[in-house]
Write a protein that binds this ligand. Sequence first.
Ligand SMILES: Nc1ncnc2c1ncn2[C@@H]1O[C@H](COP(=O)(O)OP(=O)(O)O)[C@@H](O)[C@H]1O
Ligand SMILES: N[C@@H](CC(=O)OP(=O)(O)O)C(=O)O
Length: 493
Amino acid sequence: MNTGSMVLESEKIEAFKEGMPNRGGDEKHEDKRVVMKFGGSSLADAERIEHVAQLIKSQIAIGNRPAAVICSAMGKTTNNLLNAGDFALEGRVNVDALRTLHHTTIKEFDLGQHVADDITELLNELENMLNGVKLLQELSPRSLDMLVSFGERMSIRIMAARLNQIGVPAEAYDSWTIGMITTSEFGDARVLPSSMEKIKNTFSNKIDPNTVAIVTGFIGHTESGKITTLGRGGSDLTATTIGAACSLDEIQVWKDVDGIMSCDPRMVRSAVPISRVSFEEAAELAYFGAKVLHPIAMMPAMEAQIPVRVKNSYNPSHPGTVINKDRDNENLVTAITCKRDIQLIDITSTRMLGAYGFLSKVFNTFEKHKLSVDVLASSEVSVSLTLDKKSSVYKGHPLCDDLGDIANIDVKEGKAIITLITDIKRSSEVLATVFKVFMEKGIEVEMLSQGASKVNISFIVSDSLVESAIHSLHMCFFEEQCEITMPTNDKEV
Ligand SMILES: Nc1ncnc2c1ncn2[C@@H]1O[C@H](COP(=O)(O)OP(=O)(O)O)[C@@H](O)[C@H]1O
Ligand SMILES: N[C@@H](CC(=O)OP(=O)(O)O)C(=O)O
């Protein structure tokens, strides 16, 4: 694809500004001020970037005006940067694939020498850094954050240049230059509350409201200027933080699906989009496997009471899913999700300690080893819990040594968590229906937990049964509306 003419033409931009809605004057304006976020899959190559750029332009034309557009790194760039770090530790430094991806995109659009020079400078800096890693044989969490930051720093420059080229005034900003300041927990930093005021001031006083700020998702700075990341998938959090700081009308997360679906559409082809969910439901869905949105990303929007809309960049006229304060859904079940290949750990007290001492020792030990538990069920003398792949416990793991004197530990592999986001006031109906389906399909439930957050019910089953279980549940709750026979109260008959 060659887009032909290049260079930001100021007349084109002026003409576009004039055509822009909400441009001052006496008319009544009904524009929506929004933040738009585009993930790596929407920015995978020149063709996708072009699609997003044209989409932004056409959205502006209909009054959907982005104060900021948050971009993730192109395609699988973050993973490729992490791999490049591992290779450097093994003595190999090679950024050829990243050079090719970014420079090919620049050439396809004919974005000009200064954009090419900016990207070359970043790639050279990256290469120097990898040579340092190779030499020092060290890649600390702080260095890893700097390493992966190059992905977003390159993608925003390309996106801003392409927007300017098609007549949408845009400027690229590394997030710290607009006030995104974080804690120094490298790899999983938190946005500092003081960022809100800083971001608000930047947008009110420093950024021309007629210019779209193209901002790096996922990355920030500590107060002392070290680059940090907000955890994988953290660009959603950048978007909600900016939306909340600037009190925008809506936070839009653009994907390749018609919103949050009743189930992962890659697993269940008949999955349907959900029109509305609450923040709480969306957070639980994300936490329990539907990787549509980063779970922590909901917080700023929830606190500022700003709706988040998940939209499809390939079907922009579809309203998508609105995530808002309250549950507004008649369905018994809002969505079904699963987390696969997890461990189920049974910890049974050898009765050396009373119930209180036993539970506190178990939880303290998990905390000590930084093992994060997803689902838990307990009795006075035993605790069953699940751990995901990232934090699995193996034979001889220090956790087993630490708990060995008070408990027997049984680790079961190959399990899956199926989570139903439901109207918890109707949990008996949900449970009756689920067990009817599972009995018909011969699916054994190994553990069950009803979340205290009041919107989810989780079932632990063998991973080999998960697809059949999910298909049957989806069919029942979303396709056939299967009948449940509730017990009647007619004992005297
Ligand atoms: N419940 C769900 N609703 C919508 N999409 C889902 C769901 N579960 C999994 N997905 C998958 O998530 C994908 C979008 O997430 P992702 O690829 O991480 O987006 P991006 O890189 O654009 O941020 C969709 O293409 C879809 O296949
Ligand atoms: N690029 C980062 C941040 C991010 O949010 O990406 P995406 O929006 O593609 O999930 C990552 O891969 O984790």
